[in-house]
Every structure is written in structure tokens, then in C-alpha cells.
Design a protein around this ligand. Structure first.
Ligand SMILES: *[C@@H]1O[C@H](CO)[C@@H](O)[C@H](O)[C@H]1NC(C)=O
Ligand SMILES: *[C@@H]1O[C@H](CO)[C@@H](O)[C@H](O)[C@H]1NC(C)=O
Length: 360
């Protein structure tokens, strides 16, 4: 997600006088550097050490295996995110290259394609970009302390048509993020639900959109999904500006989206790819289709900091009125001690924990 989308969004907002009258859309877009890589999942496997697969985690340093309830902003003293009141945790599965000899090597995560209004986008090495969009008109209610949710299913190995606009990959077709031309998950010709089948000259991007409607009562649910829902028109996109919520989930919440970019370029030599022509990248949970891509969220903004951002008009990027920010150097000082000590950067013979059942 990038400047072209921002321009499209700005153009749309300007073209719609009724939006202007009632307040304009705000899109916070900011980097969060890595806080730890660990085999923990306090959302799906609370208290389990180690959990079935390795994740890359960003955000507050309150992250631990059993952060199951309560206001996580109280358990954190620093964050890796550009907005320094954001002690939330965001995590996704790691990606690995599988060599012909069967060994795996982790693919490094990168910053974003282009800088937008901040010093984080291109310097978050190992982190992700986070988006919170408030598609006005109408009230957008920020998440409450203790709120958490999950998108995707690591057990999926086939395409779910309902996920098409919500969970996709972009193959950057040239160096310097070539092919970064339109909003994520909108163009079936360039965005795929499966991992790209060919080498991507500029790396691979993953975008995951979370639901934008909430039941207004439950901070979580047994499957970590049922307390939230997509609008009646299907997954929201930035360009459709929201949509109506179903009566079961009437409360409009911010459009949260993660953007992960992997530098797959050291692994683009086809002579090192599988001889059967398949692609060589595997998620930490043993998936080489990409259909199991999933993302976890635990809300942890301090006080009403996120609500203020969502109520503000026209904020775009990593700066917004009174919202506090920090420098990237400061953010990178924040970290969490690894609980499950494993080799994250060398060649490994198998994906850690991949034999454990994933109880989803
Ligand atoms: C984990 O985090 C929770 C929530 O912040 C906190 O209550 C708990 O004490 C932490 N556990 C450990 C072992 O640090
Ligand atoms: C497997 O292949 C990779 C890539 O060619 C190589 O770097 C690694 O040392 C090999 N590992 C073993 C155990 O042979």
C-alpha cells in the first residue's frame, strides 16, 4: 500500500462533498519494528511454551505467552511502533526458503516500498506496516482494552473466495518494489491468494485486512473471529470506504490492515528451486500454498489515543495532530527477551514445532 492508493483515496474524498462535510477519512499508516521472534501465540495458544509455530512480533514489550486478558498497555513500558502510545501486539508467521537439500532458511522482512510522511517506512527492517483507517462519515469506535482478533486459518490449503479481497500476496515485478501500482487485494491480475508461483524480482508483499464490524460486547470469542464481522457488502477496502455492518455486529471499528514485505531476492535462482517447478517458500506452520496466511492482533493503545486518531480528520500516514510519535532509533531499543531459544537465521533441518497439532 502506497502513495498511489493514498492519492486515489484523497481524490475520492475530494470528489465526494458529503464526505467532506461530515469529516474526512483518516488513514494512519506507520511502521512497527520487530520486538521479538518467538514460538509463542498468546491468542491461539495462551500459556503454551513453545506454541506450534514461530511468529514475528511487533509492538509493545508487554508481549508474553499468557497475556490473555486485561489492558496490555499496562504491561508494557516501550513499543517498537512509530506512534509511541501504541503498545498493541501484532504478529504474523515467518516465511522460509526451502533448499533442494530440504534445509530451510528464514526470509528477512523489509520495510515498505515508499516513505510516506515518516522515518519508519523504510527503516523498520524486520517489522511490518500497520494501517488503521477510519472511513467516515459515521462514528468509528476504537477497540477497547483487552480486545483481540484473528484473521485467516493456518490449516487452510485451498483458496477461500471470501478471503480474496482480505488476504493476498503481491509479487513485486522489478527491483525497488516494481509493480507497486494499486491498492492491495483489488486487482486479481497482480494480487494472488496463493504465494506467487514465479520468482519476484522485488520481493513479496502480504496484506491482511481485518473485519470492520464488532458485536459491541465481546473482547474476544472462542475462535477469535465471531465477535467481529465484515460489512454486509463483503470485506471492506480502502476504496469502498467501509460499508454497512450486519445487525449482529453493528459497531463500526477501524479498518486494521497489516503489510508484510519479504526480501525473497536472495532466493530467486531457479536452479535452486524445486525440480518439479513448484515455488520454494514455506510459512513457519508448514504451508507452501499461502492460503493459510493469518494474522493476530491484541489491542493495546494507551487510554483514548487511538480513538483520538480515528476522530481526527484527514490524517494520512505516521503523523496525526496530537498523537505522540517516537524516532526509529528509539523504537529499535525496545525489545522482548526470547522465551523459546531457536535458530532463527541459520539453515535449519525442519520448521520448529511443525509436527504439533494446530487447534484452530
Ligand atoms: C504477561 O502479560 C500479562 C498482561 O500484561 C501480565 O498480567 C502477566 O503478568 C505477564 N506474565 C509474565 C510471566 O510476565
Ligand atoms: C543445503 O543447501 C543450502 C543452499 O544450497 C546450503 O547453504 C546448506 O549448507 C545445505 N545444507 C546441508 C545440510 O547440506
Amino acid at each position: 500500500m502506497l502513495w498511489t492508493t493514498l492519492l486515489a483515496l484523497t481524490a475520492l474524498v475530494e470528489a465526494a462533498p458529503q464526505l467532506k462535510r461530515q469529516g474526512t477519512t483518516t488513514m494512519l499508516r506507520f511502521g512497527c519494528a520487530q520486538v521479538v521472534i518467538d514460538r509463542l501465540d498468546p491468542l491461539v495458544n495462551p500459556g503454551l511454551v513453545p506454541s506450534p509455530h514461530v511468529h514475528q512480533i511487533v509492538g509493545g514489550n508487554g508481549f508474553n505467552a499468557s497475556m490473555t486478558t486485561g489492558d496490555v498497555s499496562n504491561g508494557a513500558s516501550c513499543t517498537t511502533c512509530a506512534f509511541s502510545d501504541d503498545f498493541s501486539n501484532y504478529w504474523t508467521a515467518n516465511l522460509y526458503f526451502k533448499a533442494r537439500n530440504g534445509s530451510y532458511k528464514r526470509v528477512q522482512q523489509l520495510g515498505a516500498a515508499r516513505q510516506f510522511n515518516d522515518d519508519f517506512s523504510t527503516k523498520i527492517g524486520g517489522g511490518i506496516l500497520v494501517y488503521y483507517v477510519s472511513a467516515q462519515p459515521g462514528k468509528i469506535t476504537a477497540f477497547k482494552p483487552g480486545f483481540r482478533m484473528l484473521v485467516g486459518n493456518p490449516n487452510s490449503r485451498t483458496a477461500d473466495p471470501a478471503m480474496k479481497r482480505q488476504n493476498c500476496f503481491r509479487c513485486y515485478t522489478g527491483p525497488n518494489f516494481g509493480g507497486d501500482v494499486s491498492a492491495p487485494c483489488q486487482d486479481a491480475k497482480i494480487d494472488t491468494q496463493s504465494l506467487p508461483s514465479q520468482p519476484c524480482k522485488g520481493g513479496i508483499r502480504s496484506n491482511i485486512h481485518f473485519p470492520t464490524c464488532w458485536d459491541g460486547k465481546n473482547l474476544d470469542s472462542p475462535d477469535h473471529k465471531s465477535h467481529v464481522a465484515y460489512p454486509t457488502s463483503g470485506p471492506a477496502t480502502f476504496l469502498t470506504l467501509g460499508g454497512n455492518c450486519p445487525s449482529t455486529h453493528p459497531v463500526r471499528i477501524p479498518q486494521l490492515m497489516y503489510e508484510v514485505v519479504w526480501d525473497t531476492t536472495p532466493f530467486n535462482d531457479k536452479n535452486e528451486w524445486p525440480t518439479d517447478g513448484s515455488q520454494p517458500f514455506y510459512f513457519s506452520y508448514g504451508d507452501n500454498t499461502g492460503y493459510g496466511q493469518h494474522a493476530d492482533y491484541v489491542f493495546g493503545w494507551k487510554g483514548d489515543a487511538l480513538q483520538k486518531g480515528m476522530d481526527a480528520s484527514g490524517c494520512m500516514g505516521a503523523k496525526c495532530k496530537d498523537m505522540k510519535t517516537q524516532t526509529i532509533d528509539n523504537a529499535k531499543k525496545c525489545s522482548v527477551k526470547t522465551t523459546v531459544n531457536e535458530n532463527h537465521d541459520g539453515w535449519i533441518a525442519k520448521l520448529p514445532g511443525v509436527e504439533m497439532p494446530m487447534n484452530m
